[in-house]
Design a protein around this ligand. Structure first.
Ligand code: FAD
Ligand code: S2G
Ligand code: ZN
Length: 478
């Protein structure tokens, strides 16, 4: 099995020269940043767990500028780290050494929106929350939503094939993204920016770039199919005594709420403790301590119809004692409060110490077994072991905290967690990607034949390997 994700040796890329800097300053006047203070935040990831040493941050505004940058870097054998909102969690968004950071922050224009089809076309640097606000004014919503919406870019979402809180209802980006414009390593612009729902003319090339984490090309524009804004939204926060009851409640949900079910998320009591302690967020089910909590959202077009279905579901769930207690929200501010109990677990974890993060796909009935096995396996070596995530997607977020970075704890966690996942034929990275941290564990979820073919595709599209080196693919491929 592969070696741990240690920092690999620097590959023989060129180093930046003054000549390079004057080229960048010529094509990007005032937008080729070399001030170390300004570079700092772009060199460190959101978790403050990995740090690069880039000496230049480039902020193009157009596809043409991105093309000129890559053409030049490819000819000079200069490595490039594409960066969106820098909210990635696997060390993919910041350099390992002195790679040039190519930021999409200034590529934030909406190019078109068709209010009949709901198809939005925009530049890659649009912040997800800004797109949501733009669409909601026009009676539409984005098909994805995640806790990082205030900072992440749609280009980064596509590059990581981000899942999030709405995947259960609207599917993933491989289905909702209709077209991409991508600049390849040699500066060629691949225009696959279609706005058709159906187009079966040859290979669907855009799919290659969805989830490619900046290693195959720089996404410069996205066209995406957006759903109508639901007229009626309800959020329910329920407490369950056992995970079996939580799963049975999920089944009951699917049966009784059917097409209006838009999210089914969970967090365990350990998460609730972190929210109470670190963020002072009270348990919405006042005075009720439960081993598990569930956030259920319905999104429909008729409040009376939805309210009746929800009432019948809740009655059945309580009657069959699947659910210990709960609370319902129909108006915006309370809906936001209930959602923040799920969305802010990540933030609460950052206050609990050093966090080892695992984002695992498993058969849905197994997802909490991994948490209880891990707790037993670690004993008192860890400070907290928490489980939360997207039940409907079979996606567990298992996070382990300790007062400080602890190599013996890490050695107890890995490869235990990866072997456990592989035995269930799960994925060692459900939605966050592999980046730097997880790339050497790819073989726990992909055959060596598949990984070899990924290497061939990478070699074809980026022969010099300048795009996000040290990321996604394992180092023994190099
Ligand atoms: P960055 O972090 O800047 O980059 C991520 C990767 O994409 C890097 O490899 C980078 O090189 C590449 N990249 C960025 N932009 C481009 C581009 N234009 N072209 C090519 N490559 C590019 N993720 C989920 O899937 N689901 C969640 O529910 C979720 N919740 C989160 C909650 C919080 C609080 C935080 C901090 C993160 C969460 N994430 C989640 C992880 C992260 O937000 C996503 O991976 C997000 O899609 C990253 O977008 P970004 O713009 O920040 O990309
Ligand atoms: C979520 C966020 C990142 C993490 O909250 O759904 O994807 O693992 C996660 O805390
Ligand atoms: Zn998630």
């Amino acid at each position: 099995k592969p070696s741990p994700a240690a920092a690999p040796d620097r590959l023989p890329f060129s180093r930046i020269t003054d000549e390079d800097l004057s080229f960048f300053r010529k094509i990007l006047p005032g937008r080729a940043i070399t001030d170390p203070d300004l570079l700092e935040s772009s060199n460190v990831d959101w978790l403050k767990s990995v740090r690069g040493f880039s000496e230049v941050l480039l902020r193009p505004q157009t596809t043409e500028e991105v093309s000129q940058i890559l053409k030049y870097c490819n000819s000079r054998n200069l490595a490039v780290n594409p960066q969106g909102g820098n909210t990635g969690l696997v060390g993919g968004s910041v350099p390992v050494y002195d790679e040039i950071i190519l930021s999409t922050a200034l590529m934030n224009n909406i190019l078109s929106f068709d209010s009949i089809s709901g198809i939005l076309t925009c530049q890659a640097g649009c912040v997800l929350e800004n797109l949501s606000l733009y669409l909601e004014e026009r009676d539409y919503i984005m098909p994805l939503d995640l806790g990082a919406k205030g900072s992440c870019h749609i280009g980064g979402n596509v590059a990581t094939n981000a899942g999030g809180l709405r995947l259960l209802r609207y599917g993933n980006l491989h289905g909702t993204v209709l077209g991409l414009e991508v600049v390849l390593a040699d500066g060629r612009v691949l225009d696959c920016l279609a706005t058709l729902r159906k187009d079966n003319t040859g290979y669907d090339l855009k799919q290659l770039f969805i989830g490619s984490e900046g290693t195959l090309g720089v996404i410069t524009a996205v066209s995406i199919l957006c759903p109508h804004k639901p007229k009626s939204v309800n959020v329910v926060f329920l407490g369950c005594e056992t995970f079996e009851q939580l799963l049975k409640t999920f089944q009951l949900c699917r049966g009784m709420l059917g097409e209006i079910l838009s999210a089914y998320e969970f967090l365990d009591s350990e998460c609730m403790k972190l929210l109470n302690t670190h963020l002072k967020l009270p348990n919405p089910i006042s005075g009720r301590h439960c081993p598990f909590y569930v956030v259920i959202e319905t999104s429909g077009s008729d409040a009376a119809h939805d309210g009746e279905k929800l009432h019948n579901f809740l009655e059945e769930a309580m009657m069959s004692s699947l659910v210990a207690d709960g609370t319902v929200a129909t108006e915006d501010s309370k809906i936001k409060t209930l959602w923040s109990m799920r969305e802010r677990v990540t933030e609460a974890l950052t206050h609990d110490g050093f966090t080892y993060k695992y984002d695992i796909s498993l058969p849905v009935e197994r997802i909490y077994q991994l948490v209880t096995d891990m707790r037993e396996h670690l004993g008192d070596r860890a400070k907290s072991v928490v489980g939360y995530g997207h039940v409907g997607d079979g996606n567990l977020h298992l996070n382990i905290t300790s007062p400080a970075k602890d190599p013996t704890l890490l050695a107890a966690i890995e490869p235990f967690i990866y072997e456990w996942t592989a035995r269930c034929h799960g994925s060692i990275s459900a939605e966050h990607g592999l980046g730097l941290k997880k790339r050497n564990y790819i073989y726990y979820s992909k055959s060596s034949q598949a990984v070899a073919l990924m290497g061939d595709i990478k070699a074809m599209l980026d022969p010099k390997g300048i795009l996000n080196p040290y990321k996604t693919l394992p180092d023994n491929l190099k």
